[in-house]
Design a protein around this ligand. Structure first.
Ligand code: UD1
Ligand code: CA
Length: 460
């Protein structure tokens, strides 16, 4: 059975986050809660996806449309509550051609909600022919969640919110995850009669469950993985969930053959790819589309963002963004590689070196205290300590090209645009402003003066 629509609830402020950013736009392992939930829901291929917004509506809808330009944005009015959110969505969807068959509803504060879990719910709903099916979880500590009240036959009678529950109801450990599938016709009727006669004075979507049971049985399926349906309401829950998720990610990589010495201090985002026999040392953050090849060693205390690290390279105590590090290259300690660098096989960017848009050929080395920006270095070239490419004249970014087999003396300054050929040697402290031909030596003099018998003022 096809899914006629998905309704994602994203109108809440997320007061308990105490944030100027709407809760659903907080990030989790590299992408926002909303993006993560939208991606998982998209895995079920609903005909249409409606995103309900209200708090910071423009910001949230802009984000939603950037994730899926076909999303239907629904603006919830001033009436509060998850039930009202669904009423508004149904009105908008009716205007847009109407819906029939199954409708999925999901809150967007569950960063680990995945397509497999949603599929379990859909499959259960389709085989049971119930008028609605809830995704539930059995929690040791159900505090804060709506409790599932089942009848003697196991069917769901209703959901009671924490604040409206009596002591018998509070003792129930099966909770509402805020993920539901409804038959569209039943849903329309069930939300039509909602009111706000409850402890929070809101239109509760949970009340639609009791209403739905008048049109046919309501079932519930327990989520196989409780982590997948854990909602984040505050930053303490965020950190607990993030740590649990990260521990799983690290474990998965270790089982795939990656050495991770300390998973507690190694943070790996979901899109990162690691190859067998690479080693990640403590205090490392692997982010974005980072890829680490086999035999490479990363860390300790290294951040890689969209970095590609080839076989047997070593990156120690460094920050690397948008850079390709060739096989057996050595980076660090304390190296800052900004975007757009290509480092060849066996090359080196040593301690306190910063690079940006630098192409460093195979076997070339920049071992100490240098800035190389907007520059091309050939192969087997060695750059002396303290060398700077002066690439910015205040208006333009200018290029420096240095050939192969070049020996750059210590403390050189290359004033771009400038081109140095192959087999060149430059003297220590040279300021290279003019092109240098192949096979030559270049030096620039600065006159050394001696003032004999000089003393500082306070000693005179
Ligand atoms: C809700 C459920 C509760 C469940 C819990 C699971 C209700 C009444 N309660 O409570 O049974 O155990 O989720 O996490 O539904 N939202 C809107 N419009 C609104 C209010 C909220 O779109 O007017 C959205 C929020 O952005 C959020 C979701 O609905 O994505 C849930 O809202 P939240 O305030 O977190 O509900 P809970 O109190 O956690
Ligand atoms: Ca919640």
């Amino acid at each position: 059975m096809a899914l006629s629509a998905a309704i994602i609830l994203a109108a809440g402020e997320g007061t308990r986050m105490r944030s100027s950013i709407p809760k659903v736009l907080h990030t989790f392992a590299g992408s926002t809660f909303l993006r993560r939930v939208m991606r998982s829901v998209a895995g079920l291929h609903p005909d249409r996806t409606a995103i309900v917004v209200r708090y910071q509506a423009d910001t949230v809808s802009q984000a939603a449309l950037s994730y899926d330009s076909d999303a239907i944005i629904v603006r919830q009015d001033e009436i509060p509550g998850t039930g009202r959110a669904v009423q508004c969505a149904l009105t908008e969807l009716a205007r847009d051609g109407g819906i029939e068959g199954s409708v999925l509803i999901a809150a967007s504060d569950m960063p680990l909600l995945d397509t497999a879990t949603l599929r379990t719910l859909m499959d259960y709903h389709e085989s049971s022919h119930d008028s609605a099916t809830l995704l539930t979880a059995n929690l040791d500590d159900p505090t804060g969640y709506g409790r599932i009240i089942r009848g003697a036959d196991g069917d769901v009678l209703r959901i009671v919110e924490q604040k409206d529950a009596n002591s018998n109801e509070l003792a129930v450990h099966e909770v509402n995850t805020s993920v539901y599938v409804f038959d569209a016709t039943v849903l329309r009727k069930a939300v039509a009669g909602l009111d706000s006669s409850n402890a929070q004075g809101e239109f509760y979507l949970t009340d639609a469950v009791e209403a739905a049971s008048a049109y046919g049985s309501v079932g519930a399926v327990v989520a196989p993985d409780p982590l997948a349906v854990e909602g984040v309401n505050d930053r303490v829950q965020l950190s607990v969930l993030f740590r649990e998720h990260n521990a799983r990610v690290c474990e998965r990589w270790m089982r795939e053959g990656v050495t991770i010495l300390d998973p507690a201090t190694t943070w790996i985002e979901d899109d990162v790819r690691l190859n067998r026999d690479c080693t990640i040392l403590p205090g490392s953050f692997l982010q974005g589309g980072t890829v680490v090849a086999s035999g490479a060693v990363v860390g300790p205390y290294t951040t890689l963002i969209d970095a590609v690290v080839d076989e047997n390279a070593v990156v120690e105590r460094s920050r690397v963004e948008g850079t390709h590090i060739g096989a057996s290259a050595t980076i660090g300690p304390w190296t800052y590689l900004r975007s757009g660098n290509q480092l060849g096989e066996g090359s080196k960017a040593g301690a306190f070196v910063e690079m940006k848009k630098a192409h460093v050929g195979r076997g070339s080395k920049v071992p100490h205290l240098s800035y190389i920006g907007d520059a091309d270095l050939g192969e087997r070239t060695n750059v002396g300590g303290g060398t700077i490419t002066a690439n910015y004249d205040g208006v333009h970014k200018n290029h420096t090209t240095i050939g192969s087999d070049v020996h750059v003396g210590a403390g050189n300054l290359f004033v771009g645009p400038v081109e140095v050929g192959d087999d060149v040697t430059t003297g220590a402290g040279s300021v290279v402003r003019h092109d240098v031909p192949d096979g030559s030596m270049a030096y620039s003099e600065n006159t050394q003066h001696i003032v004999e018998g000089w003393k500082p003022a306070w000693e005179r």
